[in-house]
Design a protein around this ligand. Structure first.
Ligand SMILES: Cc1cc2nc3c(=O)[nH]c(=O)nc-3n(C[C@H](O)[C@H](O)[C@H](O)COP(=O)(O)O)c2cc1C
Length: 238
């Protein structure tokens, strides 16, 4: 099967190449046909200054930010992509600061807010460019706790408001530290194989079934097993 869609992978872990979440994102992409083109931006290596809140992008500079950093280039990458994958660790029930800085700096993509009523559109801000509505967003995240279900509630609420309920696909992965410890090899391989299957499912249907999402949110090990295999890892940091 050929796939001419352009994929943008936004790696939002400060650990860049050593990111647990990136392992999941790479496994997900391995399920796509080889013809799919992937562009990657490491957000923590990108010069993204905080939004200044000046609203120039909604005024005199019409759709452009006045800050001279990498965001102009990053937003051009968003515009030319069909599928945008945000890959980041969960930090205190939300996204890491550089990912938030990136999202704040997406304000130029939106029209000024003029009392628009919150509804089920992709964002309650009208988008400047109609073609942005056609994009598919995938959020891949790993966390340190055994229960992804509970940990991701605040982030899910934020994404629902930002992107619109049901307008994006999530892969929320518990027990992220299992990607850095030697064991359990078999469970990890099986899990990454499931992620690859999810990638194949998404590349074909542009969505994941509830069953697939549930499978991915299931921990690889019980809380006790998880504690046992990660204990040495935490001690090694002392
Ligand atoms: C500052 C900080 C905050 C974190 N907050 C949470 C959290 O709220 N819930 C959780 O389950 N894990 C939390 N974690 C653990 C990470 O989400 C977990 O280690 C993740 O797998 C790291 O992914 P990465 O290697 O892609 O950066 C936190 C880690 C750090 C460093």
């Amino acid at each position: 099967m050929t796939d001419n869609r352009r994929i943008l992978l936004l790696n939002g872990s400060p650990k860049t190449e050593r990111s647990n979440t990136l392992r999941v994102a790479k496994a997900f992409l391995s399920g796509f046909p080889e013809s799919a083109s992937v562009e990657r931006i490491d957000l923590y290596r990108s010069d993204i200054q905080p939004c200044r809140g000046c609203f120039s992008c909604w005024g005199s500079s019409a759709g452009h930010c006045v800050i001279p950093d990498d965001m102009e280039k990053n937003l051009a990458a968003v515009r030319r992509s069909d599928i945008i994958i945000l890959s980041f660790p969960l930090y205190f029930f939300g996204m890491p600061s550089q990912v938030k800085a990136f999202l704040d700096r997406c304000l130029p993509l939106m029209q000024p807010y003029q009392g628009n009523v919150l509804d089920s559109r992709p964002s309650f801000h009208t988008l400047r460019d109609e073609s942005l509505k056609e994009k598919h967003f995938v959020v891949i995240s790993s966390c340190g706790f055994v229960s992804a279900e509970e940990q991701y509630q605040p982030l899910k609420k934020q994404l629902d408001l930002l992107l619109g309920c049901e307008k994006y696909t999530t892969l929320f992965c518990p027990e992220g530290e299992l990607f850095v410890v030697p064991q359990p090899v078999r469970q990890r391989e099986r899990y990454l194989e499931d992620i690859k299957k999810a990638g194949a499912e998404f590349s074909e249907h542009l969505l994941l079934t509830e069953q697939t999402k549930k499978k991915i949110a299931m921990p690889m090990l019980s809380p006790r097993g998880f504690e046992a295999v990660t204990a040495e890892h935490w001690l090694s940091l002392h």
